[in-house]
Design a protein around this ligand. Structure first.
Ligand code: 8X3
Length: 270
């Protein structure tokens, strides 16, 4: 990628103001699968150091082993505030200066209409997609401001276009989008970039998790759609992160070509 001007050709390893070569560090939540894992691979491939988090320690270990010393893994539940503090405090010096936060960890649970949905599922989505995301962001913000870093938040087309069964999932993603825009306002003049990435259908574990492990339902949903992949979104994140520093993508909405907009639903009486 050419970013032109006085910016580094790859955008990853560059000379700072005193001419020292600097490697940038990304902190990617939810690196055990899907978009998060693809992002870890993409950023390491582009020369970044990466810290990544996830609950499944075995998957993190395998990821780190396949990528070598450029990755530092933190195995904990992002919803656990004390574990988050401990994980951040444990970062080795080489990985402690975060330049880019990618808030990727999140999930959808259930597709039932609101009047039938599980309140526990709703709480889990709010805890993960909203509460954990703001906690990680708040804790890393002082460092991101100091380094004029960047934040990429994973929202969804569900933030903008309601669909039945989306209820709380969609609302959490609308929160992520609006929080991103609010961060931009608060960070005015600080040189910190913030982007809300809002994908439509991406075939990952997303629908298997949402349906409680129903692989057939996931296969049926994505069958024949030619959906986006985790790599598609990871490449987009990398592009956003490596734009020249004076450019901010506020919101970026993506869909596979075969996904577009539903019509309005109309119920008929009688
Ligand atoms: C989910 C997007 O289009 O698969 O975030 O419902 S979609």
């Amino acid at each position: 990628r050419s970013v032109g001007g006085s910016n580094p050709p790859s955008g990853t390893i560059f000379s700072d103001s005193v001419g020292e070569m600097v490697m940038r560090t990304a902190f990617i939540t939810g690196g055990t699968a899907g978009i998060g894992e693809a992002a870890v691979r993409a950023f390491v491939g582009a020369g970044w150091r990466v810290v990544t988090t996830g609950r499944r320690a075995d998957r993190l270990a395998a990821l780190a082993e396949s990528l070598g010393g450029a990755v530092h893994t933190l195995a904990f539940d992002i919803r656990d505030a004390a574990a988050l503090d401990a994980a951040l405090a444990s970062l080795p010096a080489d990985f402690a200066d975060i330049d880019l936060l990618i808030n990727n960890a999140g999930l959808a649970l259930g597709t039932a209409p609101a009047q039938e949905a599980s309140l526990d599922d709703w709480q889990t989505m709010i805890d993960t997609n909203v509460s954990a995301l703001v906690a990680v962001t708040r804790k890393l913000l002082p460092g991101l401001v100091a380094r004029k870093g960047a934040i990429i938040n994973l929202s969804s087309v569900a933030a903008t276009y309601p669909y039945s069964g989306g209820n709380v999932y969609a609302a959490t993603k609308a929160f992520v989008r609006q929080f991103s825009l609010g961060l931009r306002a608060d960070l005015h003049g600080k040189g910190v970039r913030v982007t809300s990435i809002e994908p439509g259908m991406v075939e990952t574990e997303f629908t298997v998790v949402r349906t409680g492990g129903n692989q057939a339902a996931s296969d049926a949903l994505y069958g024949g759609v030619n959906p986006m992949t985790g790599d598609d979104i990871a490449e987009t994140m990398l592009w956003v992160a490596q734009l020249p520093p004076h450019l901010n993508i506020n919101r970026l909405e993506l869909m596979p070509v075969n996904q577009s907009f539903a019509g309005f639903a109309v119920a008929r009486e009688g």
